[in-house]
Design a protein around this ligand. Sequence first.
Ligand code: TXA
Ligand code: MG
Length: 354
Amino acid sequence: MILPSSASESIAACAVAVRAGDLIGLPTETVYGLGADASNNAAVAKIFVAKGRPADHPLIVHVSSQDGGMSAVKHFASQVPPFAQQLMSAFWPGALTLILPRRAGVGTAAAGGQDSIGLRCPSHPAAQAVLRALREVPEGQAPVWGVAAPSANRFGRVSPTSAAHVDSELGPDLLILDGGPCNLGIESTIIDCTRGAPVLLRPGSISRLQIEQACGQRVLSNEELLVQQTRGLEAENTPRTSGTLESHYAPTATVRLMGAKALQTAINMLGDVMYKAGADTKPTIAVYARTPLMKVPLAILLRRMPDDAAATAHQLFAALRGFDDVGVKLIWVETPPDALEWEGVRDRLQRASA
Ligand code: TXA
Ligand code: MG
């Protein structure tokens, strides 16, 4: 069932469902989440079942922005290094997830059994309204400190950026709060804060450079850190992070990334054959490109990729879903520019094409 987030009854209904140990579809500024009380291991287990996600993959716990998120962070994390605090003050509420050492016995299922926990304070007003309602309880009752919510899609598939996407994948019995289309459109930037220096686990709309400027430390990549560790005493077992699996965010159609030149060559090669096929045949190939292309046969479904990274992120997942809905077999995507602000989009497309 889809509920409008503008009605206070919808917010209340979501809070009631989470307290009762049920799942909800939760809008955030990045993508829609599939949420449950992060401290209720049985409720969290339902998320893994609904998504078809392995239970040892940790989830992100969403917290209220009351007191800058600090008391919720203290509830879940045993320690917050100074650079993590700087990142919280710079970017929360917002699209940044921090991995912190987990307080023993808290949020165990949500953390997938890891001794760390991923925390994020989302900026979407509807998400915040639900999180605040869960924190505010009558005297003597325990508040819900956080909502564990991975993206509300089946494991490995394209993340949802609208309530309708969630409904098509996990409905109709799920309570889904409709907060409109997600502003940012790709998942949060994830920084691991458990290793002494900030480590980028997943690029997002908040760039590596913005992180470095906010905390005054260089951001390492996971690979760099592994090299450092193997040179050192021992290689640590890195946690399983499904958003960082090589193949993820994949539509049903096969995605291929190519440069504008290769794309034009491929289109030229198909051109003659496809013109003969005519315009009324169902398209089997979609093209998503920034560079204007010549002589694109009408039987190819062409969608223009915006010149701007943020605009592309905003529409990316909906575009991939749209191509699947039309039933194309191939999606040819022009490789995004090799610039910092495109890092998040590039990452998602590389995984979608892996
Ligand atoms: O923007 C987002 O982050 C969205 C919205 C709903 O907030 N959530 C999201 O969640 O993308 P999910 O579960 O699809 O991706 C979470 C990523 C996964 O790759 C997970 O493995 C990683 O965060 N993660 C969570 N906790 C972790 C931990 N303790 N250590 C390492 N990675 C962790
Ligand atoms: Mg996901």
